[in-house]
Design a protein around this ligand. Structure first.
Ligand SMILES: [Zn+2]
Ligand SMILES: [Zn+2]
Ligand SMILES: [Zn+2]
Length: 357
């Protein structure tokens, strides 16, 4: 492994240029507080856990059990405390500057696995691809309701990442609006496409796989930075790639995206999902080896099934963002909107790649 040299620079997110990150790696420049790893619960079955087998009557009603109610591997239930629901009567009340949209939607919990404490990296490839197929099918079902503008599938792991129940689970929230983060990505990539006639995600993947550059100091002639082939690539499958973004909010953040252009996750085939599951499993194993038991969130960003975005099929590219919570944002980050990375993305990628699986 190369000697980590200290970096201090502000990097602009190429997808959403209004988002930037301060990469400050010298110890004295660390304005962040470290987040503790999540307590690891490796029990398979917990009698008092509402998500464990045998306690099905302790959750809201089952929406779907796969393969069946008795011997389920994945179970979807209504969320006990929904953020959005379909029983809101106060539709579209607006008063002066106070605009509201009806909080209509759906909020469902996906019990990822019958094994209480199993980590994503320990699930089989078959199970992981079944889990993502379940997200896909559920998203397609929910999109039948035309009032729904976006279905967000995500997972919280660990209390700092918002998981209130330790049993492995993820969630689906169907919203009457397209969330700002997704909208910003779609709009910026649309502009990029209009200028360059190419999807920026496809360009980033091409760059990650082929880019090579040496930048010299004009005065001294010394090498200032050398960017190597595959520097940001963490894991590669036949159809998917996991990359460490050049500029992202979280220092260990990884993105998994299809190598071949595809805007809509709900079009993904079973064959592709098997490859995706392999890349996800290996990426999570790498993260777990390097940052041990970190709390994290992952979420899917995909083209909304809304007429407003139909022309973005060529410019948007679906992806999974994995965001480990290794530090607690401070007043500096909240006040400036600038994320701080205390390890450079290049060093993080190198460490993740170096893990022997
Ligand atoms: Zn459980
Ligand atoms: Zn693309
Ligand atoms: Zn995204």
């Amino acid at each position: 492994m190369s000697e980590p040299s200290s970096v201090r620079e502000i990097r602009i997110n190429p997808i959403v240029p209004s988002e930037s990150v301060l990469v400050a790696t010298a110890r004295s420049m660390r304005p962040v507080k470290q987040e503790a790893p999540a307590p690891r619960d490796t029990r398979k079955l917990v009698e008092t856990c509402p998500f464990c087998k045998g306690n099905e009557d302790k959750t809201p009603p089952t929406i779907l059990a796969i393969p069946d109610d008795k011997d389920w591997q994945i179970r979807i239930v209504e969320n006990l405390y929904p953020i959005l629901g379909d029983n809101n009567q106060d539709a579209n009340l607006s008063f002066g500057l106070q605009q509201t949209i009806e909080g209509y939607g759906r909020h469902e919990v996906i019990i990822d696995h019958s094994n209480h404490g199993i980590a994503i990296q320990d699930m089989s490839v078959e199970h992981l691809s079944l889990l993502f197929k379940t997200y896909k099918n559920r998203m397609n079902d929910i999109y039948q309701d035309e009032r729904i503008k976006y279905v967000l599938a995500f997972k919280n792991f660990g209390p700092a990442a918002g998981a209130s129940i330790p049993h492995t689970h993820s969630q689906i929230i169907a919203m009457p609006v397209v969330p700002q983060n997704v909208h910003n990505e779609i709009e910026n990539t649309r502009i990029h496409y209009q200028k360059h006639n190419k999807c920026i995600f496809c360009s980033l993947v091409d760059e990650a796989l082929t880019f090579e550059a040496t930048i010299y100091d004009r005065v001294s002639g010394e090498i200032r930075r050398k960017i190597d082939v595959g520097q940001y690539v963490i894991e590669r499958g036949e159809h998917f790639i996991a990359i460490k973004p050049f500029a992202s909010h979280f220092e260990w953040e990884l993105h998994i995206l299809p190598l071949k252009h595809e805007a809509d996750f709900t079009n993904v085939t079973d064959e592709l999902l098997t490859d995706f599951a392999q890349v996800l499993k290996k990426s999570m194993a790498r993260l777990d080896t390097v940052i041990g038991g970190a709390q994290y969130n992952y979420f899917l960003h995909t083209l909304p099934h809304s007429k407003n975005y139909q022309d973005c099929n060529s410019s948007y590219h679906w992806h999974l963002e994995i965001c480990p919570r290794t530090s607690i944002p401070t007043g500096f980050e909240l006040g400036s909107g600038l994320s701080v990375n205390t390890i450079s993305p290049e060093q993080a990628a190198e460490q993740l790649r170096a893990v022997k699986l």
